[in-house]
Design a binder for this molecule. Structure first.
Ligand code: HEC
Length: 110
């Protein structure tokens, strides 16, 4: 009986940690955004050539796009190139990715 309670307690700790941490913005970014927007938020040259208007995530970008506005772009999509990700991610995942984009922008060199 004691070991059963121990297992329950451990399980509770593990699951509460997962939900407290929430969705992993970096993992989602790497899966869905990196190929166009680049590892550190600077699109690779091939993508810059293909999409003239593709955003670089830097301080200037951050000043114009709040986390909320990025979530909005991700859920609604902007155009043919920057599509909606609503079907691919849950709302908390969209928020996690939007926050990660801001982290990248904060780290970017001016
Ligand atoms: C197929 C390539 C592609 C992928 C994949 C992609 N993007 Fe984009 N993204 C673009 C292009 C192109 C633009 C510029 C759109 C424009 O202004 O015409 C853009 C623009 C944006 C913008 C700026 C929107 C605005 O309001 O100007 C944000 C924020 C953004 N992307 C975030 C993301 C995130 C986060 C992901 C991953 C979930 C992602 N993108 C995946 C191509 C892509």
């Amino acid at each position: 009986m004691r070991s059963f309670l121990m297992v329950c307690a451990l399980f509770a700790i593990v699951t509460s940690r997962v939900s407290a941490q929430g969705a992993d913005g970096k993992a989602l970014y790497d899966e869905f955004c990196k190929k166009c927007h680049g590892v550190i938020g600077k699109p690779p040259a091939t993508m810059q050539k293909k999409f003239e208007k593709i955003a670089t995530f830097n301080a200037e970008f951050m000043a114009k796009h709040s986390v909320d506005s990025v979530v909005k772009v991700l859920s609604k999509g902007k155009n043919e190139d920057m599509k909606s990700f609503k079907e691919k991610m849950k709302p908390d995942e969209l928020t996690a990715v939007a926050k990660y984009v801001h982290e990248l922008a904060a780290k970017a060199k001016p």
